[in-house]
Write a protein that binds this ligand. Structure first.
Ligand code: AMP
Length: 396
């Protein structure tokens, strides 16, 4: 069965339960302030479409953060306030996702928009509890999933709930944008196809590295992820972040027939400590007392050369300890190189690389900036996600 999208069904006069990813970052000092509203903004096309169609009730749901039970600092209140402003309509936040008052709210003609309080205040959400899923489903006639960032999770609101909406479970517009963009990478990517991977841990990304190696023409590795590979080749990496297990994994990858597609840094920016002064190395070796914290200028040049004629480029993970601006040159350099590729479809996924692209104001020059870090990588790995499959095939 093909997936059905929200704009293919007339939902006028219907009650709709919609899962969004409103998991936005909040200001640590003042948790009533949202520091980046992107995830809510990305959901607005679907919300506006539903309201324009004339749905009778829109019951929205999301998680926020990782609360251990109900915790005020993880309340969706700032989200409700922001949405009310954007939609110019009242948005009522419920006391909890299972509050007895919800049924009453649903019988009233106003308000039209209801936001359920943080789903993760209930452990049943992540446990995909059938009773919790049934309660959520009891609020509406139709279900819409537009939460790409959590579509790889088998949770009550993304998975269990779907079985109660036979032929009435739809995908939202953000899900369509993400699927269409990711399919350009997953199905028949245009070659040369290059991937740039960074970040800290090889073990987290081992499966995707192996899969990508059979698809890409070259895999450029930077960030702390490069050190286990360099170490596996017998190159000194000083005190850089690297575990013995990761070196083993890297060694095994380098021995694959596709291992020769890997391109590693040829120089580095190092320092004696995380807040020390940056020093550019002249060789690939890192001195024993130094920590590798960014790729060097020659590596950036080499990466630029590798990428210049590519037709498809995927980027995940920073090229160094970019939270410190002294070690952010490589990460922002890669962001710029990707934004200037003349003939390529570029896709950036993963929290840190997305924030680097946004911070440099280059996100409008990238083919697709995914809203889901883990979800986008898993989609590339598996070719789909459990939450999307549930909409296609139902739930067993
Ligand atoms: P990941 O979640 O695997 O994408 O890793 C992202 C984190 O890796 C960021 O917090 C970076 O600061 C960190 N990181 C990347 N390169 C380095 C490095 N060379 N040394 C220390 N941390 C790094």
């Amino acid at each position: 069965m093909a997936i059905k999208f929200v704009d293919e069904v007339d939902l006028k006069g219907k009650t709709v339960l919609a899962r969004f990813d409103f998991n936005v970052p909040l200001d640590k000092a003042d948790t009533s302030k949202i520091t980046d509203t992107t995830r809510i903004d990305e959901a607005l096309p679907t919300i506006n479409l539903l309201l324009k169609m004339g749905v009778k009730k829109l019951i929205m749901m999301s998680h926020l953060g990782r609360p251990k039970g109900p915790e005020k600092k993880f309340s969706l209140l700032p989200v409700a306030t922001y949405l009310a402003q954007k939609l110019e309509e009242e948005v009522v936040l419920t006391e909890s996702a299972t509050d007895a008052g919800i049924k009453t709210l649903l019988t009233l003609s106003h308000p039209r928009i209801i936001l359920l309080e943080n789903l993760r205040f209930h452990k049943e959400e992540e446990g995909n509890d059938p009773v919790f899923a049934k309660t959520l489903a009891s609020y509406a006639e139709y279900y819409v999933n537009d939460a790409f960032g959590t579509a790889h999770r088998k949770h009550a609101s993304t998975y269990g709930v779907v079985q109660h909406f036979k032929n009435k479970a739809l995908a939202g517009l953000l899900l369509r944008r993400e699927i269409e963009a990711l399919d350009k990478i997953v199905q028949h990517p245009q070659h040369p196809f290059m991937a740039v991977m960074g970040g800290a841990k090889v073990s987290d990304k081992i499966k995707i590295i192996e899969n990508l190696l059979s698809e890409v023409d070259q895999l450029l590795i930077g960030g702390a992820m490069a050190y286990p590979f360099l170490s596996a080749k017998g190159i000194g990496i000083g005190k850089s972040l690297c575990s013995a297990d990761d070196i083993k994994l890297a060694k095994a990858i380098l021995q694959l027939p596709t291992g020769q597609k890997i391109v590693l840094p040829i120089d580095h920016i190092v320092s004696a400590s995380l807040d020390g002064e940056p020093v550019v190395t002249t060789t690939v070796e890192i001195a024993d007392n130094m920590i590798g914290l960014d790729i060097g200028p020659n590596t950036l040049k080499k990466f630029k050369e590798c990428l210049k004629n590519c037709k498809t480029a995927l980027w995940n993970g920073p090229m160094g300890y970019f939270e410190n601006p002294k070690f952010a040159v490589g990460t922002f350099g890669v962001a710029r190189i990707l934004s200037e590729l003349p003939n390529a479809f570029t896709l950036v996924g993963g929290g840190d690389s997305v924030s680097a692209i946004k911070q440099s104001g280059l996100d409008n020059k990238i083919g697709h900036v995914s809203t889901g870090g883990g979800a986008s990588l898993e989609y590339i790995e598996e070719g789909s996600l459990v939450g999307i499959n549930a909409l296609k095939f139902g739930v067993n």
